[in-house]
Ligand binder design. Structure first.
Ligand code: HEM
Length: 481
């Protein structure tokens, strides 16, 4: 017989080679997701601030005292006077009225206020959680690192604004790109942590070669999306989007003239508007193609349903973003389309990260769960009422599926039905579901006893074997004869 696994034992103890699963914390995840949402709004408001030419309206950086807006006519006039001393007012907006100033002021002010709020939304709960020891030290350290990056981002924002308070009142495209890049990096890190809290399990079995390829490809997509975001920042910052307002050609051809006019050649990538727009288009084509191929690869073999879903979402988000980019270009970069295109980029980034997260798990898990679930289901069908009830209780205990009463008082499920249910569970938390099922199957087998080995226990044996393979114990734990 296979050794009995007590109900009180943790699933990871069943499979010695598997790292203990760490219970996910949904409240922590919700907090982090909320922070991500706030950051996304902050980034989009930043984009609107740029597109409405409001970014240079507050020519000072007072992280604490600048929290309050001007109160009363005198304070507004003083704020306006400070703006009137800037090169932007003199060269771009001479004759702007106080009312006109208020509009651009409120955009920039809201952006800065949201930034402060975001810092607090991260920092305050973090401090409370650390003081009350309600957060794992590793996660606390990661979040503290992100809070530090938020501080750097604030300084970088001012560094960017300062570059526009000079005789040529336009912020440096490179600094704008760095500001956008750091914002999206923070968003990416936070989102990844949030996902980890939502569905964290043990490390699970080593992925197969296919699993490793899918994971590497998904990570490659995340990196490519990030590079494309930086490229978009350069297009926006250098206003390269007002060139070549046609698509798919750029001028007379797909590859425009004047791509490499600056020397040394790499300078063109940063300062030549033709090259900047061309690179953004080229990366966009590459991403849409790569996203499409990735979905096909995911769907061609056994893959967890979650991975199929997020990969499809990624491909759809990329197609939408591509369309929005073309519309933004053709319309000559209107505020509405520019903002939508920026928000779309954040959606693409989130989808790519979620895909890489889902691909981090063994792609065979779902298929094996169906297989093992089917075997357990078959066992349930064949066993006696008392045993069915015992198994039903076990299912309830594991939380894998609710036991439903059969008219005759027992629990009966068709194999496929059980398999589907377990696959559904495995989809949410595959490794944990698999480990629990292995535990369940062993206990069930113990309950069947030697006398009832055939055919019920054989099916259970199949389930145990399937999960042993999956949990890296294949061949190590054979039933004693
Ligand atoms: C499919 C993937 C794409 C991604 C992830 C992406 C991402 C971005 C990002 C992050 C920005 C900067 C937005 C800002 O800071 O406000 C941007 C700007 C821009 N993108 Fe894309 N883009 C994509 C495709 C395209 C395509 C296909 C086109 C057109 C052919 C395009 C045209 C533009 C233009 C014109 C801008 C400048 C908008 C502005 O000045 O506000 N994009 N893109």
């Amino acid at each position: 017989m296979i050794a009995v696994i007590g109900a009180a034992q943790r699933p990871a103890e069943i499979a010695g080679s598997v790292r203990p699963p760490v219970a996910p914390s949904r409240p922590l995840a919700l907090w982090l997701f909320a922070a991500c949402l706030l950051l996304a709004v902050l980034v989009v408001v930043g984009g609107a601030t740029r597109l409405t030419h409001s970014g240079l309206s507050i020519p000072e950086w007072k992280p604490v005292t600048g929290t309050l807006p001007p109160f009363g006519a005198a304070a507004w006039q003083a704020q306006f006077d400070r703006y009137r001393a800037t090169p932007e007012y003199r060269l771009a907006n001479p004759g702007m009225t106080l009312d006109g100033f208020r509009t651009i002021f409120w955009w920039e002010y809201t952006h800065r206020l949201l930034a402060r709020l975001f810092g607090l939304v991260l920092l305050l709960p973090l401090v409370v959680l650390v003081v009350r020891r309600r957060i794992a030290p590793r996660l606390a350290a990661q979040l503290a690192g992100i809070v530090a990056l938020v501080g750097v981002q604030g300084a970088l924002g001012w560094f960017m604004v300062a570059s526009g308070l000079v005789d040529d009142p336009r912020v440096s495209a490179l600094r704008l790109t760095a500001h956008l890049g750091l914002a999206t990096l923070i968003l990416a890190l936070l989102f990844r942590l949030a996902l980890g809290q939502w569905t964290r399990t043990g490390s699970g079995p080593a992925p197969t070669a296919r699993g490793r390829r899918l994971r590497a490809a998904a990570r490659g997509l995340v990196a490519l999306v990030f590079v494309q975001l930086l490229s978009g920042g350069l297009v926006a910052g250098s206003r390269a989007g007002v060139l070549f307002q046609i698509f798919p050609r750029m001028g007379e051809s797909f590859v425009p003239a004047g791509l490499w006019t600056l020397t040394p050649a790499p300078l063109n990538l940063l300062h030549n508007l033709v090259t900047i727009q061309f690179t953004h288009r080229l990366l966009a084509w590459t991403l849409v193609l790569a996203g499409g191929l990735f979905v096909l690869a995911v769907r061609r073999g056994p893959s967890p349903r979650r991975l199929c879903r997020v990969a499809t979402l990624l491909a759809a988000a990329l197609a939408l973003q591509f369309g929005l980019g073309v519309a933004t270009l053709l319309a000559g970069v209107t505020v509405g389309l520019g903002v939508a295109h920026q928000a779309g980029a954040l959606l693409v980034l989130a989808a790519a990260i979620a895909t890489a997260h889902a691909a981090g798990r063994s792609e065979e898990t779902a298929a094996l769960a169906v297989q093992g679930g089917g075997a357990v289901g078959g066992a349930l069908e064949g066993s006696h009422v008392a045993e069915q009830e015992a198994l039903g209780m076990r299912f309830e205990q594991t939380g894998l599926m609710p036991a439903t009463e059969h008219p005759d008082g027992g629990l009966e499920r068709r194999a496929g039905e059980v398999g589907e249910l377990l696959a559904g569970q495995a989809d949410g938390d595959p490794h944990l579901a698999a480990l629990r099922l292995a535990d369940l199957a062993r206990q069930a087998q113990e309950e069947q006893g030697e006398a009832r080995l055939d055919p019920v226990a054989r099916q259970l044996d199949d389930a145990v074997a399937a999960f042993d393979v999956m949990t890296g114990q294949g061949g190590k734990q054979q039933p004693e004869q």
